[in-house]
Structure formats: C-alpha cells, structure tokens
Design a protein around this ligand. Structure first.
Ligand code: C5P
Length: 218
C-alpha cells in the first residue's frame, strides 16, 4: 500500500513486536514501539530517583526527558537525555516499574501526543502498544489485537530473556492486571479490532494472515 497505519495491540508476550517489525519490513514502512517509549521514560524516572508512588514527580520527569525514538524495523534504537537505553529498558528494574509509570495520566497524554506526531510524519507505519486502536490511532486502517495463552506468552518471553518460565508467567500476569485495570487508557480489545490468537501458530503464518487483512482494507 502507498499509505497505511496499522495498530497492533495486545498483552505482553503475545508476539506484537516480532509481528509488527516483520509487517513494517513487508510494507516498506516504519515501526513504532510505544512500549519502549514508556520504558525509556521509566528509565529516566528511575535514574532521577523519584518516588514511584508520586505521580506528579513522575510526570515532571516524563515531560523533561528528551527522547530519541528509533523507528527502523531492523534496528529500533532508543535514547533518553542523550544516553542509549536499548539495554536497560529491557532489564528487570524498568520492567518492574513501567506499568506504574504508564498509569500516570500526564505521562500518557505526553507520550500519546509524541506518538501521534510520529504517525503523522510517516506514510506507512506499524504501531504496537496497548491503547493504539482505542486512543493513539483510532482512524488506523487496520487494528489487530494479538493474544495467546498465558503459558505460550510466558514461554516466548522466557526464551527471549533466558529467564525462568514460572517467574515470567507471574510477571506477565502482574503487568497485564495493572495494564488492563488502570483508569487511563487501559489495555482492551477495541470494538473494530480483529483478534488474532497466536497460541501454537508460527510467526510466518501470523504475519501472512495480518498482511492479507491489510491488503483487503487498503
Ligand atoms: O510492550 P511492552 O511490554 O514493552 O510495554 C511495557 C509497558 O508499557 C506495558 O506493560 C504497559 O504498562 C506500558 N504501555 C502502555 N501503553 C502502550 C504501550 C506500553 O501503557 N501503548
């Protein structure tokens, strides 16, 4: 397609990143990882030593943090205040704290505005997150919601991080609960999104399926 905005939402470990990056390459477009934006802000909040139960202090840091957001699907690099954060944003400390930071309304408002500006600047873009279909890009050409059983999601994540499956499953359940029960823009299946259960399905098959859906829409 000449132009397309695709929203890819779903819980952690549902395959969003891999599918989104492949899709972006296939349509010769860019990839926006909004979770990495929340993670980069969380890294800055932790660096600043701010109390995670103080939303005003968190919001202040979020607004002051200068983000550099990579959108190349082959190598999406992120920096915060001039420091490359590709490694630390995947670490335990950030992963533990990110849902609390992402629940602060002023943080979301700020990052959603940045995300919308990036989307407006690219003709073909695949955007992955939790609230893309419902809040960030309600006019997206295609909205997919990826799911998978909690066991399948934990197995994928722990293989990526070489972490313990049981501990990973518990961490995913903890974040899913925080993300889907928060007041501002919770994770949910949008009315016009197409749910794709990726349990036991190979990545190539999921990508082919979503590409077909996209081609039928644009
Ligand atoms: O996708 P990823 O696991 O990197 O996202 C990290 C966290 O960022 C999520 O658990 C969620 O709290 C938050 N997030 C969000 N809205 C998005 C993307 C991520 O609240 N659009």
């Amino acid at each position: 397609p000449e132009k397309c905005v695709v929203a890819v939402d779903g819980p952690s470990g549902s395959g969003k990143s891999t599918v989104s990056r492949r899709l972006a390459k296939r349509v010769d477009g860019v990839y926006l990882d909004t979770g990495a934006m929340y993670r980069a802000v969380t890294w800055a909040v932790l660096q600043a030593g701010v109390d995670l139960s103080d939303p005003d202090a968190i919001a202040k840091i979020a607004l002051e943090t200068e983000l550099s957001i990579g959108t190349d699907p082959a190598a999406p690099h992120f920096a915060a205040n001039g420091t490359n954060v590709d490694e630390p944003i995947r670490g335990v400390e950030v992963t533990q704290a990110v849902s609390a930071v992402a629940a602060v309304p002023a943080v979301r408002k700020h990052l959603v505005a940045l995300q919308q500006a990036i989307i407006a600047g690219h003709p073909r873009i695949i955007v992955e997150g939790r609230d893309i279909a419902s809040v960030v890009a309600p006019d997206a050409d295609l909205k997919v919601y990826l799911t998978a059983s909690s066991a399948a999601r934990a197995a994928r994540r722990s293989a990526e991080d070489s972490a313990d499956v049981k501990a990973t499953e518990a961490d995913l359940a903890r974040r899913d609960k925080l993300d889907s029960t928060r007041k501002t823009d919770p994770l949910k299946l949008a009315d016009d999104a197409i749910e794709v259960d990726t349990t036991g399905i190979g990545i190539d098959e999921v990508v082919a399926y979503v590409l077909n859906l996209l081609n039928s829409k644009v």
